[in-house]
Ligand binder design. Sequence first.
Ligand code: ASP
Ligand code: MG
Length: 412
Amino acid sequence: MTLLVQKYGGTSVASIERIKAVAEKVAASSKVGNQLVVVLSAMSGVTNKLLGWAHQVQAEPSAREMDVLLSTGEQTTIALLAMALEELGCPARSYTGGQVKVLTDGAHTKARIIDIEQKNIRKDLDNGKVVIVAGFQGVNEAGEITTLGRGGSDTTAVALAAVLNADECQIFTDVDGVYTTDPRVVENAKRLDNVTFEEMLEMSSLGAKVLQIRSVEFANKYNVPLRVLSSFEEGPGTFIGSEDASMMEMPLISGIAFTSDEAKLSILGVPDIPGMAYQVFGPISAAGIEVDVIVQNVGNDQTNDITFTVQRKDTAKASKILQAIAKEIKAEEVQVDDKVAKLSLVGVGMRSHAGIASRMFETLANESINIQLITTSEIKISIVIEEKYLELAVRALHDAFELGDTETNSKA
Ligand code: ASP
Ligand code: MG
């Protein structure tokens, strides 16, 4: 018998009609003999609405009360789905995180799953019931309700699939899979049949927000076969798995991920002596600022220039810290540019092929796009460019590496 964990996101359960439609899908899958554990999000918009209410009542609500509040969104949808399934004659039972139980640490609003009890779930499955579990929530040792952080239902689903050793964890959402790049930017972007965990991690960390990153890390760690598919139309979706399981023939490049949410900071004329990088990045990291690309240029006058990127929202904070450091270590100057974007070519096929980088740079040169920073890993080449050229760069590279759907390929 096939055991599937299916997760339906907020848009899939956004109304009573849609909950009934999910019930139809689930009932059909149960009827053909699958064992099903269904994880739900709150109706789309509900978690935000609850957050808004909380802040109308108290400026800084305690994290404990926040979790009591936020967990109600998912508690609503699981009960409604159980009713809808019963109405279709499909036996079902809903569980909150606490009832299952999904044991987490005590970090309210950003808890991590420690363990999941299987007892109740197995019993219901053995009795032919569909088990419905509230996503995004758990319970700590003390019995307090916890939540897993925004988008946490994906992680609930993957964790359940890992514990139950499910055949597949299916994430139903409002897109029909993972694409070579954002279809809003490149019209003939193509749905990928397969992508590896590693590639998916690179793509989702760069703004391809189909799945919560943490859930992909979890799936990778426990080797949970994942599939992203649409809850509104039929289709195979995109399978995400380990490299050997997911594909026979590796495409060179799987996709182009990008984000325009970046800022670039440079500190020039840093004395070329040990400890300087630490002096620069220690205070930045202590302020909770995430640093991404880092490049150091060695000058020939006993000084270095260090350049790095941060998320754009952190620009002011990072710049202030950097100014102070510059004074302290007698660096020459700080430069800040918050009009930059990052773009990455991602593909495990890169490992065994030379020449990808030069083809990438040639393509950008032909479009007269200036590259400001370059970094690479085994499966990715990232560049930082001026933000206004981002879409042009994505389209040119998508074409140059022939990632598009050939049927709808237009030379527009
Ligand atoms: N409802 C939660 C959120 O909006 C969890 C989720 O949907 O995954 O973040
Ligand atoms: Mg979600």
